[in-house]
Each structure stands twice: as structure tokens, then as C-alpha cells.
Design a protein around this ligand. Structure first.
Ligand code: F6P
Length: 560
């Protein structure tokens, strides 16, 4: 049965009819303690959801919907390692990757095998490798220490590591610069290599499958660049300090692989000792916690990487054990459903008021939209309700000077998550207070708006001659919902908590809509067609095998 056919859904529909015109600002006036009622403080993270169009009854009805969807058993099924990724017949166990070594050990079996010894083995291997690079024991083929790490990957093999490496760059170890290459557009790898010294550059090829077209093209380009610079038998050799004769050596010394496909890694020429494995029960967009996080660990050190895992584990425990009415990811997910399915809000904004979290919205786009951008339930039925929203955002305050106009005065409702840190790792407070005052002002403005009466009074005080003409343009309807997520300080631990919080929010929504949030068949068709078109672009023939638009475009590129 579709969730939309339940009594609980119908009851929310009815409740929506009562709530749709209720003004938050009036609820704030009438309800003493609204902030205390609708906010949760958990280990240095404050989740304030009081600026939403909700009453206690709304939350109660949403919680009943969660019960109707059997959310509790679905959460347990994920943590226990049941094969909840049904179309790929896989368990979903990124949470096992952040299981702390010191926690009381509980076994998780996948296909009859306890997975924890393997997780620990790879983590220890990562630790050893990071140590060797940082202490300069692991060096390039000409004996020089590594100064630049280039992660080559795309999607989950890029967005997570790139976002976290930048977010935690305050904690980075000295002497290592990190680069991320993802786009198959040659400009990405060419521009990156332009400023690199081949003798001191380490390439990390991050790919779960080790077959992804973009990643393999960039990996091959990197290999060719390295060989052309270091090997004497190449005409383009610019000569490192010690030219290398054996072509296999630079790849063995300068290439690391992170993958589930070790045979393909070996075939590429990478030393199996330099391959860090993970497993099919780690989804791409949930993989930064696995060996895919090696670029993060190299940038911030293994102890900080383990703190990141621990932060995520802290949120896992909260999500798994806390009652739903005090459970942050559960409430976030339910609020999203309230707006998506009852208010018909098509998109969800995410605005981090922190420059280090610049790439956080892009990371969330894959996490949310690749997980819940689906129209079929797990049982194969078409849904008759909306699923995953469009997720978008940019850092505050820049976003305020760009698209906030539309959020304040546009014609659609856009719920927005505001994220900020109480303490700024760099700033003594001077600019941080300006930043925080904007963070606070925006949610207040979105909630309160400005009435015609208030505008009229302002115009009168300003002695505006065309008051009547200007007045309608200055009215803000207000009543725009926001969540405020205020964290003590940006640390590896708090970032781990934040990311895991969003992962579980996405899980909650997928569970209620009864989707498989862990496959991504929607990206396959384009990939298949690109493979068909590539040889057509390379041939000299006029192409007529597609629709007239695609044929026309191909032939135009080929000047035919
Ligand atoms: O875009 C589809 C996808 O499969 C993502 O889910 C994944 O993160 C990305 O491609 C990269 O895949 P891989 O790590 O196998 O190269």
C-alpha cells in the first residue's frame, strides 16, 4: 500500500487544510516556550525547528505517519545489515564504517561473514599509509617527498572527500596540498597538473567500480602526464631530476587506488599494496567514511579522520536509539515531508553560514537527489505523491545577495536549512558577529515578513512621495519555514555529526515514501547513450541513427 493511502496521510491532509494559513509569528506571540518546545540540543548541536508552520499536533500526526511506515524497523534493518538495497541485493552499512574501535563490539554479518575485522584492517592500513606519507617514508620514484595529492573520482568518490577536505582545511597537516579532479572535461586534469611537480605528486584513483568513464579517462591522462614527465623513453620527457627507464615504476610509486574492484586496479598497473579496498555494502554517496576518505585522512591526519567517524557514530547512536519526538534526523525528515507532500514545496534550500562549508550544498545534492529522486516504490509501484525535493544552496552571506530575493518575495514556498557555528575557528569575533547577525536576521525576516501597515509607516516616516506606488513592492508575506542548525564549533567531530544527520534525514524520507534510497538507476541511461555516441563522434560518417535533433547536433560538431 502506498503511504498516501493510509489514514495517517489523510489525517495530515486534513490538518494541512487547517494549518496552511496559520501564521508562525502569531504562534510565537501566543505560545510561550515555543523555542524550547521545538528545539533539541544534542552534543554541541542545536536543532531549532520552531520557525516551521507546525503545532504539537502537526508533529504528533507526522510521528504517526512514521509509525505507519514502520520507520523503527526500517532503521533497525539498515543498522543490522539486512539487504535493504533490494534492486542491487546489497546491505547498506556505511554506519558500520564509523563504529569506534573502543565501543563494545557487536558483530555485523554480511553473507555470513563478520565485516568488522575487514573494516579495521583497512582503517589500520590507511593509518599506516598516512603516517608513511606524513613522515616522508613513502616517497616518489625519484626519492622526493610528496607535497601534492590529487584525488581523481566523480560523484560519491569526489563530492564527499572534496567537501570534507575543504571543510576541515583549518585542521590540515603542513606540507600537503590537496586537489580534486572529477570532470571528464580535459580542462580539469590539465589545469590541475599544470602547476604540479610530477616527482612530488601522488594520484589517488577513487572509484568503487573502477570502470567509471570519467574517472578512468582522467586516471589515464594523469598516468600519461606522469610518464611523459618522468620517463626517458618518451619524446616529451622534460626530465625529472632522475629520469626513469622502467615505465611501470612511476605508476607503482605515484598511484594509489580506492576501490571494490581490485583486479581492475591491478590491471591499471597499481601496486596491490597501494590499493585500499571497500565493499559493495558501501554506497557511492555514503563512501567518504570508507577508504574513499583516504584523501581526507592525508589532508587532516588519521586522528582527525577517526574523530570525523566518531562524530558520525555519535549521530548514528542518536538516530538509532532516541525517541522519534526527540530524534533530530527523524524530525528533519518528517518536516521535509510536511512541506514536500502537503504544502507542495518543490525545493529545499541549504545555506551554510561558513565559508569552509562552501561545497556542502553540492554534496547534499547527490546525497538527497540521487537517493530519493525516484518515482517507484520498493515494491515496484508508481507513487502518486511527490518524492525527493530539489536541493540547492550557497554559503551565506553570499546567497543573500543572489537568490534570497526569490525566497523572500517569490511565489513559491522554499523551506531552508540555515547552518552556522557559534565559534569561528579563524575569526576573533569581529566579523563572526556580523556573519551570525545575518544568519539570525534572515530566519527572523523569513518568518515575520513585513506587513503593508508596517511598510506604510516606514514610507511615511521617510516622507516618500510615491508611497502608494512603492508600498506593494516592499511587502514581505513572511511565514517562510526554516530550520536553524547551530553547532558549537567546526571540528572533525561536529562535521561528522552534521553529515550523518543529513544522511539519516534522507533515509527517513526514503523509508516513509517506501523508496530504495540506495540505488541510482536514473543515471544509467545517459551513460549507455554516451557510450553509443562516442564512436559516432569519432567516425567520419554522417550520423542518422538518432532523432533529428541528436543527429543534427552530432553532425554539426563534425561539420557534416
Ligand atoms: O553517478 C552514478 C554513480 O554510480 C554514483 O552513485 C557514484 O558515486 C559515482 O557514479 C562514481 O562511481 P564510482 O565510484 O564507481 O566511480
Amino acid at each position: 500500500m502506498l503511504i498516501s493511502n493510509t489514514r495517517e496521510w489523510a489525517s495530515l491532509n486534513k490538518h494541512y487544510n487547517e494549518m496552511q494559513h496559520v501564521q508562525m509569528k502569531e504562534m510565537f506571540v501566543q505560545e510561550e516556550g515555543r523555542f524550547e518546545r521545538f528545539s533539541i540540543h544534542f552534543k554541541g548541536l542545536l536543532f531549532d525547528y520552531s520557525k516551521n508552520i507546525i503545532t504539537k499536533e502537526t508533529i504528533d500526526r507526522l510521528l504517526k505517519l512514521a509509525e505507519a511506515a514502520d520507520l523503527k524497523s526500517k532503521i533497525n534493518a539498515m543498522f543490522r545489515g539486512q539487504k535493504i538495497n533490494t534492486t542491487e541485493k546489497r546491505a547498506v552499512l556505511h554506519t558500520a564504517l564509523r563504529y569506534p574501535v573502543k565501543a563494545s563490539y557487536s558483530q555485523i554479518f554480511v553473507n555470513g561473514e563478520d565485516i568488522y575485522p575487514d573494516i579495521k584492517r583497512v582503517l589500520d592500513k590507511m593509518e599506516d599509509f598516512v603516517e608513511q606519507v606524513h613522515t616522508k617514508k613513502f616517497r616518489g620514484v625519484t626519492g622526493k617527498k610528496f607535497t601534492d595529492i590529487v584525488n581523481i573520482g566523480i560523484g560519491g568518490s569526489d563530492l564527499g572527500p572534496a567537501m570534507v577536505t575543504e571543510a576541515l582545511s583549518y585542521y590540515k597537516v603542513k606540507g600537503i596540498r590537496s586537489h580534486f579532479v572529477s570532470n571528464v572535461d580535459g580542462t580539469d586534469i590539465i589545469n590541475t597538473c599544470l602547476h604540479l611537480n610530477p616527482e612530488t605528486t601522488l594520484f589517488i584513483i577513487a572509484s568503487k567500480t573502477f570502470t567509471t568513464q570519467e574517472t578512468m579517462a582522467n586516471a589515464n591522462a594523469a598516468k600519461n602526464w606522469l610518464l611523459s614527465k618522468l620517463c626517458v623513453n618518451d619524446s616529451k620527457n622534460k626530465g625529472g631530476t632522475t629520469p626513469i627507464i622502467d615505465e611501470n615504476l612511476p605508476v607503482k610509486k605515484h598511484f594509489i587506488a580506492l576501490s571494490t574492484n581490485i583486479p581492475a586496479v591491478t590491471e591499471f598497473g597499481i601496486d596491490p599494496n597501494n590499493a585500499f579496498e571497500f565493499w559493495d555494502w558501501v554506497g557511492g554517496r555514503y563512501s567518504l567514511w570508507s577508504a574513499i576518505g583516504l584523501s581526507i585522512a592525508l589532508s587532516i591526519g588519521m586522528s582527525n579522520f577517526r574523530d570525523l567517524l566518531l562524530g558520525a557514530y555519535t549521530m548514528d547512536e542518536h538516530f538509532r536509539n532516541e525517541d522519534f519526538d526527540k530524534n533530530i534526523p527523524v524530525l528533519m525528515g518528517l518536516l521535509g515531508i510536511w512541506y514536500r507532500n502537503f504544502f507542495n514545496a518543490a525545493s529545499q534550500g541549504v545555506i551554510p553560514y561558513d565559508q569552509y562549508l562552501r561545497r556542502f550544498p553540492a554534496f547534499l545534492q547527490q546525497l538527497d537527489m540521487e537517493s530519493n529522486g525516484k518515482h517507484t516504490t520498493k515494491d515496484g509501484y508508481d507513487v502518486d505523491f511527490q518524492t525527493g525535493p530539489i536541493v540547492w544552496g550557497e554559503p551565506g552571506t553570499n546567497a543573500q545577495h543572489s537568490f534570497f530575493q526569490l525566497i523572500h518575495q517569490g511565489t513559491q514556498m522554499i523551506p531552508v536549512d540555515f547552518i552556522a557555528f557559534k565559534e569561528n575557528v579563524n575569526d576573533d569575533g569581529t566579523q563572526h558577529n556580523i556573519l551570525l547577525s545575518n544568519f539570525l536576521a534572515q530566519t527572523e525576516a523569513l518568518m515575520k515578513g513585513k506587513t503593508a501597515k508596517e511598510v506604510a509607516a516606514e514610507l511615511k516616516a521617510a516622507k516618500e512621495k510615491d508611497a502608494a506606488g512603492i508600498l506593494p513592492h516592499k511587502v514581505f508575506a513572511g511565514n517562510k519555514p526554516t530550520n536553524s542548525i547551530l553547532i558549537d564549533k567546526l571540528t572533525p567531530h561536529s562535521l561528522g555529526m552534521l553529515i550523518a544527520m543529513y544522511e539519516h534525514k534522507v533515509f527517513v524520507q526514503g523509508a516513509l515514501w517506501n523508496l530504495n534510497s540506495f540505488d541510482q538507476w536514473g543515471v544509467e541511461l545517459g551513460k549507455q547513450l554516451a557510450k553509443k555516441i562516442l564512436p559516432e563522434l569519432q567516425s567520419n560518417d554522417k550520423i542518422s541513427t538518432h532523432d533529428s535533433s541528436t543527429n543534427g547536433l552530432i553532425n554539426y560538431i563534425k561539420n557534416l
